[in-house]
Design a protein around this ligand. Structure first.
Ligand code: FE
Length: 341
């Protein structure tokens, strides 16, 4: 299906006149996106309606899209790469497939911590990874920080997703940045000792295990719980915002990650690609982008829409999220030593 779509694209491009006066099919943008179609297509449609710039896209997982950009090199038709997790964006920048762009709109709409220092990628939405707990068996006053989930009192009561997921690698990477490697390793070892079950394959299963009584606390991205509560309002699981109080690492705030975008090095449509990213960082698109997946706007001028407000305001970690990429390898090795699989 995917290759058919691309094949069709190539035919379309080949079938068009190359004369300077003709409307060339390649005047539109091509996006490689690891975001699912239903989360991104409504925005592309609105951008096209407002600007007349058509957008074609290919969806796949982040790894294959990056491999493809590398294989295609300068011949790539892709103008933009959209993916989730700063770890993935960092890898793409390191692989040399993205180009830096200068934009005052982007530097004013997107906080510095949520974009690349060299402007090769920009956050589009915030994904907060937080603590969740059983409303039946946990008093939220017992909760404080991610690190405190290593305490003995949570023995046999903690559920986590697999360490193979980049979300947890980024969480641990930023913990290394905040606490140093030694302390971070003690925390992760403590988590492993407290596990009620082997790590799960996805965040939904962590929520379900707490609802079912298999464990009492866990760590997930907020949109998973938000979506499940929207379907089942009586779900006995809710969110806790950790690391809100105290000095240093204890008060660093909730771990934030992003979905984000960069312009490919091969792009022949840099001005239009930049226009799309600037448009996505603006107030209207930010609101819709957040609502489509119950994520949070990166643009601080956008106030929280209603379904997100119910979880309350929180302080987010303001560490440059690029650190999650830089320390990813160290985080993976640390989790492995600690027995977190
Ligand atoms: Fe996810």
């Amino acid at each position: 299906m995917r290759s058919l779509l691309v094949f069709g694209l190539v035919l379309l491009l080949a079938g068009c006149g190359e004369g300077p006066a003709s409307q060339k099919a390649d005047e539109g943008l091509v996006v490689y996106t690891a975001r699912k179609e239903h989360l991104i297509k409504p925005l592309f449609d609105r951008f096209t309606a407002q600007t007349g710039i058509p957008i074609r896209y290919v969806t796949d997982a982040a790894g294959p899209l990056l491999a493809r950009l590398q294989a295609e090199g300068e011949r790539s038709r892709a103008d933009l790469l959209i993916t989730v997790d700063a770890g993935n964006l960092w890898q793409a920048a390191e692989a040399g497939v993205l180009q830096p762009i200068e934009s005052e709109v982007l530097t004013s709409n997107i906080p510095a911590a949520l974009r690349d220092a060299e402007n090769r990628w920009f956050g589009l939405s915030i994904r907060a990874r937080t603590i969740i707990y059983s409303t039946e068996r946990v008093n939220p006053l017992e909760l404080s920080t991610y690190a405190a989930l290593a305490d003995d009192k949570w023995s046999g009561r903690l559920c986590l997703r697999t360490a193979k997921k980049v979300y947890n690698q980024s969480l641990v990477a930023t913990m290394i940045a905040a606490r140093g490697q030694e302390e971070a390793e003690q925390v992760v070892s403590g988590w492993v000792n407290n596990l009620a079950a082997p790590p799960f394959s996805n965040d939904n299963k962590v929520v379900e295990a707490i609802a079912a009584g298999q464990c009492d606390v866990g760590i997930v991205n907020t949109y998973y719980l938000a979506r499940m509560v929207a379907d089942e309002p009586d779900l006995p699981v809710t969110m806790f915002w950790p690391n809100q109080l105290g000095e240093g690492a204890d008060g660093r705030g909730v771990h934030l990650n992003i979905s984000g975008v960069g312009i490919t090095r091969a792009s022949q449509h840099v001005a239009e690609a930049k226009q799309l990213i600037e448009w996505l960082s603006g107030a209207n698109a930010q609101l819709q982008l957040a609502l489509l997946n119950q994520e949070y706007p990166v643009n601080p001028s956008v106030s929280l829409p209603e379904p997100l407000k119910r979880w309350g305001e929180f302080k987010g970690d303001d560490i440059p999220i690029a650190e999650a990429g830089r320390l990813q390898g160290e985080a993976i090795r640390l989790m492995d030593r600690a027995g977190y699989r």
